[in-house]
Design a protein around this ligand. Structure first.
Ligand code: SF4
Length: 380
């Protein structure tokens, strides 16, 4: 049986954060109910084509999926179970933001089948959170974390961010210390640096010279601190920005990096199925109209990846993982050795100490620090 991961996009947020360029926006109860109805129709529609795959992981991302009611989440989970074949022990993750969950809601989500929770803390410093435009405080996060544990969640991720406006190295260290002292500590930590995107309030402030960010040196210190502290606390880095306790790597996200089949459902959701990329409409009216008309995503625009694009993606995405890219898999997928395509690039970066070349090609510690520079060289 072929394997599949499912991503479900929930585009609603209480309010837009100052740095956010995700497809998300505030909406009222009526709009959310309409969206869930549309989503259920899309699940049934796409199951006609992909229902025979075995679903290994499901990921509710956003936006803020925890804004949905327990009944809405339950109806989506029931619909998935009725229309797809779920693997015996699927990983079912949901992103949750403090300020949108109660103990009762979290217990309901767990009962509905969610078995991995990803909580967006970002920072334990309330002034930094306010600057980001987030709606919660650190105390609200603590409350949500405690309720999640009590609800039965064992596999919990906490998101933290560095290089924030007004953030010092000491304050970032304080955030990490607080996360590591949670009881029980989270099994997974995602640590991202802020990227200021054009078209966001932060982007506008940056253009006007009004956004004061940590210096490059401070940013570097925060970056190094992350690995040092998390390693000492028993987490291993398995991807550039992701750390986990043994056995708790995010199975869903790994499917993106190794390019396995994933089906994206909901507004703007992207899919990769048998080397064909498809992206749902990001306009709600257009998306809902297509689903209402019963038109599957494969019947609209799709991008069939050429062999060259597949190779580039294999290297570009695979190198994000600390385990790197398997040469054996490369031959299996493309019928030629990796060296016959990338021999020169690999040699160059082995010489300058950025890549390790064995049965798998992977970034060295020095290579991780300049990963974008190395990965760009794999674009043919
Ligand atoms: S909660 Fe997340 S998705 Fe929503 S606006 Fe903030 S950053 Fe964007």
């Amino acid at each position: 049986m072929k394997e599949l991961s499912i991503y479900i996009h929930i585009p609603f947020c209480v309010k837009k954060c100052s740095y956010c360029d995700f497809l998300s926006f505030p909406a009222d109860d009526k709009a959310r109910a309409f969206y869930v109805e549309t989503l259920l129709k899309e699940i049934r529609l796409e199951a006609q084509q992909y229902g025979s795959y075995q679903v290994q992981t499901v990921f509710f991302g956003g936006g803020t999926p925890s804004l949905l009611t327990v009944e809405q989440m339950k109806s989506i989970m029931d619909c998935l179970r009725e229309n797809f074949v779920l693997a015996p022990e699927p990983e079912i993750s949901m992103e949750a933001n403090p300020g949108t969950v109660t103990a009762e809601k979290l217990a309901g989500f767990y009962k509905a089948g969610i078995n991995r929770l990803s909580i967006g803390l970002q920072s334990a410093n309330d002034a930094e959170m306010k600057e980001l435009g987030r709606i919660h405080t650190y105390d609200m996060f603590l409350e949500a974390y405690k309720s999640a544990v009590e609800a039965g969640f064992f596999n919990i991720n906490v998101d933290v961010m560095s290089a924030l406006p007004g953030q010092s190295v000491e304050s970032y260290q304080g955030t990490l210390e607080k996360v590591l002292s949670l009881t029980p500590p989270p099994k997974h930590i995602s640590a991202y640096s802020l990227i200021v995107e054009e078209g966001t309030p932060f982007g506008a402030r940056m253009e006007q010279g009004l956004l004061i960010l940590p210096t490059e040196e401070e940013e570097r210190e925060m970056y190094e601190l992350t690995e040092r502290m998390l390693k000492k606390a028993g987490y291993h880095r398995y991807e550039i920005s992701n750390y986990a306790m043994e056995g708790f790597e995010c199975r869903h996200n790994k499917t993106y990096w190794v390019r396995q089949n994933y089906l994206g459902l909901g507004l703007g959701a992207a899919s990769l199925l048998e080397n064909v990329r498809m992206t749902n409409e990001s306009d709600m009216t257009q998306y809902a109209a297509r689903i209402e008309a019963g038109v599957k995503k494969a019947a609209k625009e799709k991008e069939v990846l050429t062999m060259q694009e597949q190779m580039e993606e294999t290297m570009f995405l695979g190198l994000r993982l600390m385990e790197g890219v398997s040469k054996e898999e490369f031959i299996k997928n493309f019928g030629c050795p990796m060296e016959s395509v990338y021999g020169e690039v690999i040699e160059k970066h082995v010489k300058n100490g950025l890549l390790e070349n064995g049965q798998r090609v992977k970034l060295t510690a020095k290579g991780i620090d300049v990963s974008n520079f190395v990965m760009a060289d794999f674009l043919l």
